[in-house]
Design a protein around this ligand. Structure first.
Ligand code: NDP
Length: 251
């Protein structure tokens, strides 16, 4: 049902939803889609010009005014996350959704040759930063009453394959974090649900970097995935918790 989900127009009305990596690729489309369904989106990313262009598109469409949080997940300190959480609390009072989408590919190379610095960078951006961010906003998620946290995984985060290096291991780590949080936050009121979502092959810059020889037109666009992204973010997925989901129908 998730893949053919038809979201009602105001699905996310009055919800405050943060999207990381909102300037490009899947995150950009998810942010615009959530806004189009009534959400106030908090656009987090490292390239401000890209975030501004998403902001402008949302405003021009007449959707709720978004907010921009410029943050490079590579260098941000614990204090930066905590200050960001305080700013969200001051401005919005709570957080109803968090899409962990930002990520980097790193090198596609055998473990034997994998550059340790790149390893640390990929692990930090893809796995440790989502920990730091979630940790800082858990109190705001609890204030929602119906919050959804989505971790963006990958096929190689569930079954590793040769040469995917730190990217694969970082996605395994995210799956672990998702399971931990699902177990910790799922109290009797079920007011914070936590799941992982594998977008599957999608036509973005990252996919083109991972598969330079592939015809990009054979892959679905980020827009094609949005039924799953809307279902999991909105109230219709209440009670879905601790699952490993796929945004595309598995072939
Ligand atoms: P893109 O490379 O197109 O977009 C990634 C986004 O993350 C960009 O907006 C980028 O910002 C942001 N980002 C990267 N590093 C940082 C950082 N240090 N701080 C803040 N933001 C950062 O990737 P996709 O849209 O393809 O991927 C989105 C998610 O989906 C990723 O988690 C990816 O692993 C996952 N995924 C994608 C698949 C695919 O086929 N496309 C398949 C499976 C999983 P900037 O634009 O400034 O670089």
């Amino acid at each position: 049902p998730m893949h053919s989900y038809q979201a009602p127009e105001g699905l996310l009305k009055d919800r405050i939803i943060m999207v990381t990596g909102a300037g490009d690729g899947i995150g950009r489309v998810a942010a615009k889609t959530y806004a189009a369904h009534g959400a106030t989106v908090i656009l987090l990313g490292r390239t401000i010009s890209k975030l501004e262009s998403v902001y402008d598109e949302i405003e021009a469409s007449g959707h709720p005014q978004p907010a921009i949080v410029p943050m490079n997940l590579e260098g941000a300190a614990v204090k930066d996350y905590e200050e960001m959480a305080m700013t969200i609390e001051d401005n919005f009072g709570r957080l109803d959704g968090l899409l962990h989408n930002a990520g980097i590919l790193g090198d596609r190379t055998p473990v034997e040759l994998y550059d340790p610095e790149t390893w640390n960078k990929v692990m930090h951006i893809n796995a440790t930063a989502p920990f730091l961010l979630t940790r800082a906003v858990i109190p705001l998620l609890r204030l929602s009453g119906d919050a959804s946290v989505i971790f963006t995984s990958s096929g190689v985060g569930r079954q590793a394959r040769a040469y995917w290096g730190a990217y694969a291991v970082s996605k395994f780590a995210l799956e672990g974090l998702s399971q931990l949080l699902a177990d910790e936050l799922d109290d009797e009121r079920h007011n914070v649900r936590v799941n992982s979502l594998n977008p599957g092959a999608t036509r973005t810059n990252m996919r083109a970097r991972a598969y330079p020889a592939e015809n990009p037109m054979k892959n679905p666009t980020p827009e094609d995935l949005m039924p799953s992204y809307l279902y999991l973010m909105g109230p219709d997925s209440k009670g879905v918790n601790g699952q490993q989901l796929d945004a595309q129908v598995k072939k």
